[in-house]
Structure formats: structure tokens, C-alpha cells
Design a protein around this ligand. Structure first.
Ligand SMILES: C[S@@+](CC[C@H](N)C(=O)[O-])C[C@H]1O[C@@H](n2cnc3c(N)ncnc32)[C@H](O)[C@@H]1O
Length: 457
């Protein structure tokens, strides 16, 4: 996220994160449900040496009793800070949590995004309960919806009612047309300004003691559009009709009970243990973005959020550390849209498998460098004009020396060269480091030696 978005100045409109959950167990296999969870070993890495600096006091205190869990929270917090930096000012972020860490993560979100920017805690009912739990089934997840500012994209959504609910709500039938309807007040006390005024409705002069919801002009326009719009009560008071066939649905609130979890037989299922339903992500994306916007999922798993974004004509970026997840996600895109997503590998094991020309392409893509033609011993040149050499074996003294000669007289390298990069898959011998030191002393040229691990750090 830091390299591909932040350093390149790419900002996104919407972020959805469904991070791995903390279990505290040591995970053994990659493709078990556990792979979606952060292990104790991983969490120690997250706390690391720098983790505790800058962490809120409560988190440091929690770290005394539950160090592994605190380091997990700290790790997610660092990710969220990066998210804030890549989010546009008008952007929104949804953090999807289960009940194990939700309350702590909300405090972290408050800390990073500001409690005033909490728009809602969405409760998603993900199961009807299995009735197998010893005490109480966990049937819900929380999605914390924050924005960066008060001015944000928000597209109102509506929840469809069931036929039974619709029949109950729109219980009357218009004789003239057969349309189902219900009725609402035309007179109401909050319209105090028109209290005592008279309206002429279908030829009748009606004075109100309360106040009118509609002006005379609006009443006339409504009646011109639909002569049956007014409903008269048995006491002769006018109301207006709402029709079932024009009803968009119930305004969406924070309780989402209408999106079921994926059943084992669902067509959407890709065999990915923590896969979320597309309908859930489609709703999030529709609320908080517009077509053409950029959606980011920094823990994209088998790609539900980015599949939903693609369906809704949004641009998208998905990140996942697990090559198996990327494989499932790629297959999903091929099946749904007949496109193979562009993969930017940021996984050391995968990068170690690249052949020399693939490694060269990967390093150049990382630095946004271009290969010069003719190359004359220089594999890439960064936008700043720094030459790059890539090697898939352990680099020794002689490689550094000949690279120096290549860059000093290269027609495409701005002279005098001041800075250069050698990237090696297998690292550097001490003789290479000694040569780099000599070159700096004698020629004033800094040669940076990097491995894939350094670049991915
Ligand atoms: C809960 S799953 C996401 C599921 C996803 N929402 C879906 O519908 O498929 C969490 C994902 O985070 C990934 N992950 C774990 N640590 C990560 C990291 N440091 N960077 C990126 N992804 C990571 C895991 O590989 C896993 O696929």
C-alpha cells in the first residue's frame, strides 16, 4: 500500500477491509481457515521493535496482559493509518469485524479517523444461528463506517420489503385503478406557518387547525398528475396516497438482516473460508462510491469486494498476502468477466520463483523504471534517472565493478551519475558491499543494494 499507492500519489474513494481475525494459535497450514487468521508468531512480528512507539496508552496497557493480541491490534492500526493517508477527502472506509476484536478496533478507528467521523456501526446478520452453540450463537458481524470528513459521497439505499410486509403496509386498493396504497397526513402540526389557512381541494374549501404539508400550488400539481391522489377520511379530512408500485423500499438503516451468509450450496462459493457475500459488498459500494471511482480492499481474500466493484463499474485495487487467495481471485475474474486481473507480486516466495527476465520486469515495475534500448548492461532507468541492474544470483565484487563502468558511459543515464541500484534475488557477498563502499569514496556514486525482502519491507 505504501509503495503502490502512497508513494505514487494514488488516492482512493472507498476502502473496505475485512482483516484476518486474531486467534492466538500458531497456524500450520496455508489453506485452512486458520490462514485467514493472524497467528501468535505473526503477531510477534507485528509488534516488532517499532510497534509500541506511538501506540495509544490503553493499547500499551493491554500489551502487558495480552501482548500478542495488542500487537495484532497495533498491526491493524498501522494499516488503518495508511488507509487514511490513501483515502480521498470525500472518501469512506468500512472496517468489517467479528465480535472478538470489534470493540478494540472501534477505539482504534476513533483514534485514527476521529469519533465525529463515525457514520454508523452497521450490524450485519450473517447467520440465523445453528442452535448448536452451548450458550449463545454469534449471529452478527460489525462494519464500522467512517469517513474522512463531513463532506462525503452518500447514495441513499433502500431495503425491499417482502410481499407480506408490502401487503400489510399498502393494505387498501384504489377502486378506479386497482393500485395498492396507504395514506399519509396532509395536515400536520409541524407546518405551523400555514395554520388556519384554507386550501381548495377537488372543489372543497378546507381550513386546517394544524398546518398544511403542501402548498395550494403543490396540491394542484399533484392532482393534475393523478386525480386520485387525495384520500378523504370518514370525517372529511384530506390525506394523500402512497402507492405500493412507487415505493422504493425502506430507507436503509444500520441493521442489515436481508443479506444471508453464503450457504454451502451457493453458486458464489469459491471454497474460500472467509468469503463474504457479493450482495454485502455491492451495498457498501453503492452507498459510498459512484461509477468510475476507485475502491481499495487491502485484505481482499478471494476478491469479493473487487468483483463487486468491477460489476458496478468502479475501478479497484485488491491486496492479499496469500498467493492461494490471489489464485482464487484471478480465477473468479476469469469466470465472471473473462478478464485476467493484472497481478503485482509483492510476496517474497513468489518473487524468488521468477526467472531473470521476469525478475527484471518486476524490479522495473516496482521502481516505475523503463528498460533502455540498447541496454548496454543497464536493466532499467528510474524516472529520476537512476540506473538499475538486476541479478538472480548472489552478487559479488566483479558485478558491482562492471555495473559502474556500464553506468558511467551509458547514453541514457544522466551524467555524472550520482545514484544507482542493484537488485539481487539472492543477496550480496561482502566483497560486493566493500566495492560499493570504495565506489562511494572514490567516485562519489551511491549504489544501493536491495533484495526483494528490502523492497517489500
Ligand atoms: C477475512 S479474509 C478476507 C476475505 C474477503 N473479504 C473475501 O470475501 O474473500 C482476510 C484476508 O487477509 C489476508 N491477509 C492476511 N494478512 C495480510 C497482510 N498482511 N496483507 C494483506 N493481506 C493479508 C489473508 O490472506 C486473507 O485472505
Amino acid at each position: 500500500m505504501r509503495h503502490d499507492l502512497l508513494e505514487r500519489g494514488i488516492k482512493v474513494d472507498l476502502i473496505y477491509l475485512d482483516p484476518p481475525f486474531f486467534t492466538g494459535k500458531i497456524q500450520k497450514s496455508n489453506w485452512q481457515p486458520g490462514a485467514m487468521e493472524v497467528s501468535f508468531e505473526d503477531s510477534k512480528k507485528f509488534w516488532g521493535t517499532k510497534g509500541i512507539i506511538g501506540a495509544p496508552t490503553w493499547l500499551k496497557e493491554l500489551g502487558v496482559k495480552r501482548p500478542a493480541f495488542a500487537s495484532y491490534l497495533n498491526y491493524i492500526g498501522k494499516r488503518l493509518e495508511l488507509c487514511k493517508r490513501v483515502l480521498k477527502d470525500s472518501g469512506s472506509i468500512y472496517l468489517h469485524c467479528d465480535n472478538r476484536a470489534a470493540h478494540y478496533l472501534k477505539m482504534i478507528m476513533d483514534n485514527i479517523f476521529g469519533y465525529k467521523n463515525l457514520i454508523n456501526e452497521i450490524i450485519w446478520q450473517r447467520s440465523l444461528g445453528h442452535h448448536l452453540a452451548a450458550k449463545m450463537d454469534v449471529m452478527t458481524d460489525s462494519l464500522f463506517f467512517y469517513t474522512k470528513n463531513k463532506d462525503f459521497v452518500y447514495n441513499q439505499q433502500y431495503q425491499k420489503l417482502s410481499d407480506k410486509e408490502l401487503d400489510k403496509k399498502f393494505s387498501q386498493i384504489e377502486e378506479e385503478t386497482g393500485r395498492k396504497f396507504t395514506h399519509r397526513q396532509l395536515e400536520q402540526p409541524q407546518n405551523i406557518g400555514s395554520r388556519g389557512e384554507t386550501r381548495i381541494i377537488q372543489g372543497k374549501k378546507i381550513k386546517t387547525e394544524q398546518g398544511w404539508r403542501w402548498s395550494q400550488k403543490r396540491i394542484d400539481e399533484k392532482l393534475a398528475e393523478n386525480p386520485y391522489i387525495v384520500y378523504w377520511t370518514s370525517t372529511g379530512r384530506p390525506r394523500y396516497k402512497l402507492y405500493a408500485d412507487e415505493y422504493k423500499g425502506r430507507k436503509l438503516g444500520s441493521l442489515w438482516t436481508d443479506i444471508p451468509h453464503l450457504s454451502s450450496g451457493s453458486k458464489e462459493r469459491r471454497g474460500f473460508p472467509t468469503q463474504k457475500p457479493e450482495a454485502l459488498l455491492e451495498r457498501v459500494i453503492k452507498i459510498s462510491s459512484n461509477p468510475g471511482d476507485l475502491v481499495l480492499d487491502p485484505f481482499c481474500g478471494c476478491g469479493t469486494a473487487i468483483v463487486a466493484a468491477n460489476k458496478l463499474n468502479r475501478n479497484w485495487i485488491g491486496i492479499d498476502i496469500n498467493p492461494d487467495a490471489c489464485e482464487v481471485m484471478t480465477k473468479r475474474f476469469e469466470d465472471y468477466f473473462q478478464i485476467t486481473p493484472e497481478l503485482h507480486l509483492r510476496n517474497v516466495e513468489e518473487i524468488k520463483k521468477l526467472n531473470p527476465s521476469q525478475f527484471e520486469i518486476w524490479v522495473n515495475e516496482f521502481y516505475q523504471a523503463r528498460k533502455p534500448s540498447p541496454d548496454r548492461g543497464v536493466d532499467g532507468i528510474t524516472p529520476e534517472g537512476w540506473p538499475i541492474q538486476t541479478k538472480t544470483f548472489k552478487v559479488k565484487y566483479d558485478v558491482v565493478s562492471s555495473f559502474l563502468n556500464n553506468i558511467k558511459y551509458h547514453p541514457s543515464v544522466p551524467q555524472p551519475a550520482k545514484y544507482a541500484i542493484i537488485a539481487s534475488k539472492e543477496g550480496f557477498a561482502e566483497s560486493a558491499m566493500a566495492r560499493v563502499f570504495q565506489i562511494k569514496e572514490n567516485e562519489g556514486i551511491t549504489i544501493k543494494l536491495v533484495t526483494p525482502e528490502d523492497l517489500l519491507e
